[in-house]
Design a protein around this ligand. Structure first.
Ligand code: CP
Ligand code: NVA
Length: 329
């Protein structure tokens, strides 16, 4: 699809259903090339820069390895080692990087920032997560779902938890665009953004799927093919809201009881990182404060054979490669 050439990916709303289909097929090809150790340095001589104002494991590594596999030069930049956000505005940064590089990945806070980068750099910009959207995660998730079920249309996906965060917002759009029936199961306060819901309804009408919202966990899980969750407190959310959010979200934990309501061959998905045990510093802090050993997902479900979270993580790299390749033409 030549029509992605030179384009940015700031939200999944930027892509048509055909674009998504094209990217997923491209990603499958790249996965095969990787598996068969077939070189694919198609973009030798070009360079990309990865900006991270928040921490990352999957997104950074996916962009770095995808870039290197494609023969690109890759620079990693963070706010602390650069002028970004302190001495220099995003608008000026965009104009500088646009003169030096062929593409920019950005992870940070406001969606506005990634929009300014795209507007002023004149080169493709890829959103590696903002407060509102995480589009490259969505492509990996769709690829993983298709690998598991062989198709996307008419599947039922239930998102449990903070449905108003970047993942909740993005998944609703991803499902609407690809014909997956979507249910957000969350306290009303944490349903996706109202304006996005309106857009999702319009998109879903065209692809013939449903978009629903509920606070009823049993109802939401029953008949589901995919139960998806994300952390209850996202990067950048202030500590003083933790307690309120955790208490609000406690009833929405994905555990064996919830999975038992879903279809027999249902899968569990999570973009990661996940709080399913006490094995991290933040998890221990939460345990001290709130007495919770597990948060959004029980360790039992996370480690079960229904869990396909590491397939998702691997597919980040293959789908990011498809995005870079199709836009840096
Ligand atoms: N899922 C995801 O984006 O992970 P990272 O924060 O590790 O990049
Ligand atoms: N909602 C999470 C996603 C992490 C990949 C966050 O923004 O921290």
């Amino acid at each position: 699809s030549k029509n992605l050439c030179g384009k940015s990916l700031l939200t999944l709303l930027d892509l048509s259903s055909d674009d998504i289909r094209y990217l997923l097929e491209l990603a499958v090809n790249f996965k095969n090339l990787k598996r068969t150790k077939t070189p694919h340095r198609y973009l030798e001589g070009k360079n990309i820069v990865l900006i991270f104002e928040k921490t990352s494991t999957r997104t950074r590594c996916s962009f770095e390895v995808a870039g290197m596999d494609l023969g690109l030069g890759v620079t990693y930049l963070e706010s602390s080692g650069s002028q970004i956000g302190k001495k220099e505005s995003i608008k000026d940064t965009a104009r500088v990087l646009g003169r030096i590089y062929d593409g920019i990945e950005y992870r940070g806070y406001e969606q506005k920032t990634v929009e300014i980068l795209a507007q002023y750099s004149g080169i493709p910009v890829w959103n590696g997560l903002t407060d509102r959207f995480h589009p490259t995660q969505m492509l990996a998730d769709l690829m993983t779902i298709e690998e598991k079920f062989g198709h996307l249309k008419n599947l039922n996906l239930t998102f449990m938890g903070d449905a108003r965060n970047n993942i909740g917002n993005s998944l609703m759009i991803a499902c609407a665009k690809t014909g997956i029936n979507f249910i957000a199961c969350a306290p009303k306060k944490l349903w996706p953004e109202e304006d996005l819901i309106k857009q999702a309804y319009e998109i879903a009408k065209k692809s013939g799927c449903s978009i629903n919202f509920t606070e009823d966990v049993k109802k939401a899980a029953s008949g589901s093919d995919i139960i998806y969750t994300d952390i209850w407190v996202s990067m950048g959310e202030p500590q003083n809201i933790w307690e309120e959010k955790i208490n609000l979200l406690k009833p929405y934990q994905v555990n064996a009881d919830v999975m038992s309501k879903a279809k027999k061959d249902a899968v569990f998905m999570h973009c990661l990182p996940a709080f399913h045990d006490l094995n991290t510093a933040i998890a221990s802090e939460i345990y001290r404060k709130f007495g919770l050993k597990e948060m959004e997902v029980s360790d039992e479900v996370f480690e079960s054979s229904q869990s396909i979270v590491f397939d998702e993580a691997e597919n980040r790299m293959h789908t990011v490669k498809a995005v870079i390749y199709s836009t840096l033409c």
